[in-house]
Design a protein around this ligand. Structure first.
Ligand code: ATP
Length: 746
């Protein structure tokens, strides 16, 4: 049995936001498991150089880095490591400290280097023994190098993980920039051509375009198919202008090319638009700002989970285990042979270079392809008949009504816009119901045309208006009448708990009110993320980002001041926001309603905090879900800590309140809103006209979009505490509590 006692960690290749969170998770998980851990500075360069470039870490070494962009241990592109001599030197430097396990965080180059190092290790040891640089005993003690790779690249160009570390943050930077550019573009009726990173991968460009409601996108994997793509682009952009759009945004990936493989530059696009459309065109190259800044909530959480699992994989001590990649697929941690992932990632690049774009798209996966198709439809969507197009062959023209329910959630508008335009594109009449079921009962229904949802892709809140009203008694009669009077063929409910509850009531009342015998679909949209059948509801990612941004500021206000913050976050009885923001901010303690709080817990927490501050801790963070406990709430915890810790630390309470619910939706929320809306329209259209049309809720689970009958709603939920009975994130509590422990006392 090979027992790992010493582990090295390095970040290599291009930096990516979230690398620090991964380093923190690796270091702390290893220390917690009694493994010595060494940070190797500047990627492979530090391994080749040795000396103080290989630094033994303690618990505090990774304190306060979770929220920082880049990588605090540095990264580099190291030529010497690409030579056998360089790798021999690196092996010697590792062995001089007894390190025979590595976690490498980087892109395909870095991970290829890691694999070569793993393969050569036995020979390198033999050479080192022959040269007298290490003893035979040392070689025997470390016969194998264990390697685990974590994919980090803002481009999301790595096979083996749905998202690589840094991608989500880069998308945040892109959407922030494009949103900002759009407002100035609209003021002057200008066109902007925006260059985003991605030499061989159009992920950032495509998702950035989808998230910002851009008007055209050019990516390496899907070059415009016809030779006259310039004409087609101009035609669509011109049509948009003629319907009154004030700004035009074209996003170009660095590696965008035409069907002959020739790169398409931003300047080329600018000239085409100036010449053919007479537009006032500006080019903006987003450049390195896409790489920078604080990591998003998703990147902090992803990196933390992957880092923790990397150490677990190394400690599993499987002999002769080839290097593995730890990734996240379908929202679950996965492992796959590192080299296999590298090879598949490279084959996409090769397919693009060979002009085999179909293969490139296929290798990118169905979500990528689906997003491309949705984007293409959204930009083409226009008032029916305006360009002489009609719904696909003989399809019945439906009247679909949309409403928002429960509290406003960022991304609701994005979903409504996508549903309206995708519906109109099919030739349907789209109706908006104002203020949820309250407006439905009152008959506040209006037609939503293509132009009426302009700009909704990027704005928070609910433009339709929303309410928590659920129908009772005679309300059903009123709703049935409005369905009949407005000839509503299908109903799309985008909202939270009360929307689901109301939909369930309509479903139950189908026998009494035949009008309810139409397809009904609920799309999850609530910051609480408490709904059944969906791992992420629209709005919850934005809320998480709002929370971590606020907590970063709160923490910064009091660095090194012996202060403990008690922060209360939303979520009603669902602890999702509290736990996930706890992981993303490094909170020492997270109080959840699901877990309960006892006096004994509180006594222990007080003792831990006192012990922590007494042994050098300078800042504490405790997160409390708003409904964690009826008595032991955040006020109580504040008072308790104030009283018990008064000689050692100060306490400040912060109730984040509605800032969590506001703001423009995050890229993830915009993308999933669009995706779910598209699936929703497909579903309603399939179900319309059936004798027993479906009444369902939709959700993303394990990477799949699923539809579940509303009949399951009461079964799958805790009706008293308004949350799903099964919550996928529950197991993450263990990671949260390991990583945020106070430094062990020496
Ligand atoms: P990014 O995706 O940001 O480019 P990357 O990890 O692919 O990240 P590279 O510059 O390709 O970045 O590789 C980083 C480092 O990994 C190289 O400078 C080199 O030290 C090492 N490396 C890359 N390829 C090899 C190889 N074939 N053999 C040995 N080492 C390699």
């Amino acid at each position: 049995m090979l027992t790992t006692k010493k582990l090295g960690i390095l970040t290599s290749g291009g930096d990516a936001p979230g690398m620090n969170a991964a380093v923190r998770a690796v270091v702390r998980t290893a220390l917690e498991r009694d493994v010595e851990v060494y940070a190797i500075y500047e990627g492979y360069q530090g391994m080749v150089d040795g000396g103080d470039r290989i630094h033994k870490c303690d618990w505090g070494f990774v304190g306060g880095i979770l929220q920082r962009g880049g990588t605090v241990i540095g990264t580099a592109r190291c030529m010497p490591f690409q030579t056998r001599e360089g790798r021999r030197q690196a092996a010697r430097n590792l062995l001089s400290r007894g390190i025979d396990a590595l976690v490498v965080i980087g892109g395909d180059g870095s991970l290829t280097g890691a694999n070569i190092f793993y393969q050569e290790w036995p020979e390198l040891l033999t050479e080192l023994v022959e040269a007298g640089e290490i003893t035979q005993e040392v070689a025997i003690a470390h016969p194998q190098l264990k390697i685990v790779g974590l994919p980090a690249s803002i481009d999301n160009d790595f096979y083996g993980s749905d998202m690589t570390i840094g991608t989500d943050t880069a998308l945040h930077r892109i959407t922030e920039a494009v949103d900002a550019i759009s407002s100035t573009a609209a003021s002057h009726q200008r066109t902007f051509v925006i260059s985003v990173m991605g030499r061989n991968c159009g992920y950032l460009a495509l998702m950035g375009a989808l998230a910002t409601g851009a008007d055209w996108v050019l990516i390496p994997e899907m070059p415009p198919t016809d030779d006259n793509w310039e004409e087609k682009m101009c035609e669509v952009l011109k049509a948009g202008r003629s319907f009154g759009r004030r700004d035009t945004i074209v996003i170009v990936a660095e590696g965008a090319r035409d069907s002959h493989g020739n790169l398409i530059s931003c300047d080329q696009v600018k000239h085409i638009l100036e010449e053919r459309l007479g537009e006032d065109v500006r080019v903006t190259i987003l450049g390195h700002m896409q790489r920078g800044g604080a990591p998003s909530a998703y990147d902090r959480i992803l990196s933390t989970i992957l880092g923790h699992n990397a150490v677990e994989e190394i400690l599993a001590d499987k002999p002769h285990r080839e290097p593995m990649l730890i990734g996240m697929r379908g929202n679950r941690v996965t492992q796959a042979p590192l080299m296999e992932c590298v090879q598949i990632s490279r084959s996409v690049v090769q397919a693009i270079a060979a002009g085999d774009y179909q293969k490139a798209m296929q290798l990118r996966g169905h979500i990528f392809e689906e997003a491309y198709n949705t984007f293409s439809t959204l930009i083409q969507a226009k008032p029916p008949g305006s360009l002489g197009e009609r719904p696909p062959g003989g399809q019945k023209s439906l009247r679909i009504a949309i409403l928002n329910c429960d509290a406003a959630a960022p991304g609701m508008n994005t979903a409504v816009r996508a549903a309206v335009r995708l519906g109109i594109d099919r030739g349907y009449t789209m109706l908006g119901i104002e203020h949820g079921f309250r407006g439905f009962i009152q008959g506040k229904i209006r037609e939503l045309d293509w132009v009426s949802v302009r700009g909704w892709a990027t704005i928070g809140g609910s433009e339709l208006g929303t309410s928590r009203k659920t129908p009772q008694g005679r309300d059903f009669y009123a709703i049935a009448r409005h369905i009949e009077n407005n000839h509503i063929d299908a109903l799309l409910i985008i909202g939270g708990w009360s929307g689901y509850q109301s939909a369930y009531y309509l479903y139950q009342q189908r026998e009494n009110y035949p009008a309810f015998n139409i397809p009904i679909l609920c799309i999850p949209a609530t910051i609480d993320n408490n709904l059944p059948g969906a791992e992420h509801s629209i709005g919850s990612d934005t809320a998480l980002n709002n929370i971590i941004e606020a907590i970063d500021k709160i923490k910064q206000s009091a660095v090194a001041s012996n202060r403990c913050f008690v922060v209360e976050v939303m979520g009603l009885y669902c602890g999702y926001l509290a736990l996930m923001s706890g992981i993303a901010t490094g909170a020492e303690r997270v109080y959840l309603h699901e877990e309960g709080i006892t006096l004994k817990n509180l006594q222990q927490d007080v003792s831990d905090l006192i012990a922590g501050f007494t042994t050098g801790k300078r800042l504490g963070l405790v997160l409390c879900n708003e409904k964690a406990h009826p008595v032991y709430n955040s006020n109580f915890i504040r008072d308790l800590l104030t009283e018990e810790g008064k000689k050692i630390f100060q306490v400040r309470q912060s109730i984040l309140g509605h800032l969590q619910q506001g703001g423009d939706p995050s890229p993830f929320d915009r993308i999933s809103a669009t995706r779910l809306a598209q699936k929703g329209i497909n579903y309603l259209s399939e179900q319309a006209g059936k004798e027993s049309p479906g009444a369902s809720f939709i959700g993303l689970q394990g990477g799949q979009v699923n539809f579940w009958s509303l009949a399951k709603f009461p079964q799958w939920t805790d009706q008293e505490f308004k949350r799903a009975k099964e919550q996928w994130w529950w197991d993450l509590r263990a990671i949260a509590s390991i990583l945020a422990q106070p430094a062990p006392t020496p």
